[in-house]
Ligand binder design. Sequence first.
Ligand SMILES: Cc1cc2nc3c(=O)[nH]c(=O)nc-3n(C[C@H](O)[C@H](O)[C@H](O)COP(=O)(O)O)c2cc1C
Length: 364
Amino acid sequence: MATLFDPLTLRGLTIRNRMFLPPMCTYSCKDQDGVPNDWHLVHYGSRAVGGFGLITAEATGVTPDGRITPYDCGLWNDTQRDAWKRVVDFVHEYGAAISVQLNHAGRKGSSADKAATVPESEGGWKTMAPSAIAFPGYDTPREMTKDDIASVTKAFADAAKRAVAAGFDAVELHAAHGYLLFEFLSPLTNQRTDEYGGDFDGRSRFLIEVVDAVRAVLPDTMPLMVRISATEWLDDGWSVRESVQLATLLKEHGVDMMDVSSGGNVPAQIDTQPGYQVWLARHVGRSGMPVIAVGLITSPKQAARIMGEGNLDALAIGRAALRRPYWPLWAGYKLDKQPEDMPYPQAYQRGAFVPKQKQDSEGK
Ligand SMILES: Cc1cc2nc3c(=O)[nH]c(=O)nc-3n(C[C@H](O)[C@H](O)[C@H](O)COP(=O)(O)O)c2cc1C
């Protein structure tokens, strides 16, 4: 059974360990141009120095109106591609792999801190979605035409091409949390009567078309990942059973790993206990799809126990890694790894966490 410290190979990519940084928006493109800047270099660079295996860069718009907020990163132009390359090169220098989460925000786009649509006068835009149903507090989106669907599919593929050119090691599609791809999956937000709505096959069609378009532009050696909300925590929403069914289908379409989250499409009561989504990842993994578990995994001992219980391929550490960018190096110390077995950069070796016995003898 794999531990947190074992490498993981997906297609042609070997990731140095199974401690992943999940995608987390930092809303830090101050100029509203989607171009990653020094903030992103320092933020992701620190987590590479901190020992993460795979870093997935935050939700990145495939079009300007695919952003969640005007401050999101993008990959719809070559300036953004070149700026990402600087971040990617730095992360590689410190041994981590890096993927990018490609996103279209759908009806939850053009938002800001106040959970309301930003007016166009302040850099906002009109939103679109599978059906003209508003997220509470936001403007009502317009229903997408088939041309819209085709054009967003192409935008995902074009952004994926730029991700390859920027040197990313993998691409993750954001089909979770109530953004556009998930809005199509859920019967609560997809009430279309054409072939993109209705039963499981209809609601999954758009995601599968995006997967096929993106897979077609990625080298065979490059992994493709998909993040889903495995449940909406509501009886009439997208279900765990459908998530397992989707994982089987995605595997057939060349997806290599799923990142298993939950909720976010419609308001719901979620009991956020430590590790509250781990069971969902295990369920999805029953399809044979490699899975990442995420959600309130905060301490090294908890993470080691969860991995030790099996049927998971990697864990993602989100908010705990905002507080502690060197979480993996710290986990090595807490879980009795020798400093020389951890990926300290040369410049920091004299400051490595030292195991307790050694510390005592060196302290004298
Ligand atoms: C500040 C912040 C930004 C986030 N942005 C994204 C995002 O861009 N894409 C995404 O799929 N999830 C996003 N999430 C969810 C995280 O990836 C993660 O799934 C969630 O925080 C649960 O993990 P944790 O308890 O380890 O933080 C975000 C979470 C936080 C706290």
